[in-house]
Design a protein around this ligand. Structure first.
Ligand code: AMP
Length: 342
């Protein structure tokens, strides 16, 4: 039972904050793919077996903003107070994207916006993109270190990641998970001047804009439904708003696939994962239909078939293989935790 963590053993273990333990954690992090190109700006985005108090200090400020208003560090503190000797492992959803080159993570704002406020693209869904990249490479028999792909995590939140040499070189989410694709309730990309215009001329404040863009937009804003199943059903029964929402979402996604195909120097695979990516043949078809210019051809029957594990849905003549690979973020987190805490 490789993933059953022996809590009794962890609890009785002495608090280990020695330099050797920290080094061990860093080494494990590197071996597991949590490479950091800029140690000076690390801000704790690697998992490590240090105690909760330390983690609370090293959490990036952005983490406070993404946890539905509940500061992440509060959870860590509470756990540390209740079980002071139990190591806590923090697996950051941003870690996998630390390999992005500067050209991909930097916004074209004055430099001090980054150096003073840490505003840059971080990316999210890293645990899932990492796991799915490994599984897809394995499925195709390509060594992970040579693997180039575009991975599409399409759930309630959605992001695309460009994979080159097995690591993330670009991703569609940014400083927060709001950027990029059309999601269940998030708008994804928009002109930032829309925000200042709505504030100046239509009386919106920051809170209202946050709610508008994060909770009332995306499929919900366009079609009146956040759930892809319902949107597809409504579109099939002739609802024009639902059809339009599917068009906007699939068009945006296809543009990202095209862009990332260039970013990785020619993808060896397009990989669908998460709730919509794994289960929604009609939405996959709408995206793939837009990728003809890349030579992508899919097998309609293979696309509709329900298969449990990683499987190929492209036609043999497709210039790029298309895969569906189930994600399992909980298992990936459990694996990392086991590696670091044992
Ligand atoms: P996740 O966040 O990965 O759990 O994905 C949630 C999203 O997956 C929701 O928008 C669901 O509507 C969508 N989803 C789950 N199953 C299906 C399905 N069979 N067909 C279409 N969408 C689905």
């Amino acid at each position: 039972k490789p993933f059953s963590i022996d809590l009794g053993r962890l609890r009785s273990r002495e608090k280990d904050r020695s330099p050797a333990a920290v080094e061990r954690a860093d080494r494990a992090g590197e071996e597991l793919g949590f490479v950091d190109r800029e140690p000076g700006k690390r801000r704790g985005r690697k998992p490590s077996p240090r105690t909760g108090q330390v983690h609370a200090k090293v959490l990036p400020p952005v983490a406070d903003e993404i946890a539905d208003g509940e500061p992440v560090s509060g959870w860590l503190r509470a756990m540390a107070e209740r079980w002071p000797d139990m190591p806590q492992v923090v697996v950051f959803d941003t870690s996998f994207h630390q390999t992005m080159p500067r050209e991909a993570w930097q916004y074209a704002l004055p430099d001090e916006v980054y150096t003073e406020h840490g505003i840059r693209r971080y990316g999210f869904h890293g645990t899932s993109h990492d796991l799915v990249t490994g599984l897809a490479a394995e499925h195709l028999g390509i060594p992970r270190g040579e693997f180039r792909a575009v991975v599409l995590h399409l759930g309630n939140g959605a992001s695309a990641t460009a994979i080159r040499d097995g690591v993330s070189v670009d991703t569609s989410m940014g400083y927060t998970p709001l950027a990029g694709l059309v999601m269940g309730t998030r708008s994804g990309d928009l002109d930032p001047s829309v925000v200042t215009h709505l504030m100046r001329n239509h009386g919106y404040d920051a809170e209202e804009l946050d709610t508008l863009m994060n909770r009332r937009s995306g499929l919900l804003g366009l079609a009146g439904e956040a759930d892809m199943r319902q949107v597809l059903e409504n579109a099939a029964s002739g609802d024009g708003r639902a059809r339009n929402a599917l068009d906007v979402a699939s068009y945006r996604l296809a543009k990202y696939v095209g862009g990332y195909h260039v970013a990785v120097g020619g993808a060896q695979a397009i990989v669908f994962t998460a709730g919509i990516g794994e289960n929604s043949a009609p939405f996959r078809a709408r995206v793939l239909d837009r990728l003809e210019a890349l030579g992508v051809a899919y097998d309609a029957e293979a696309n509709r078939a329900r298969v449990a594990g990683p499987h190929t849905i492209s036609a043999p003549e497709s210039a790029i293989p298309v895969l569906v690979v189930p994600t399992d973020e909980e298992q990936a987190i459990a694996r990392l935790t086991w590696e670091l805490a044992r």
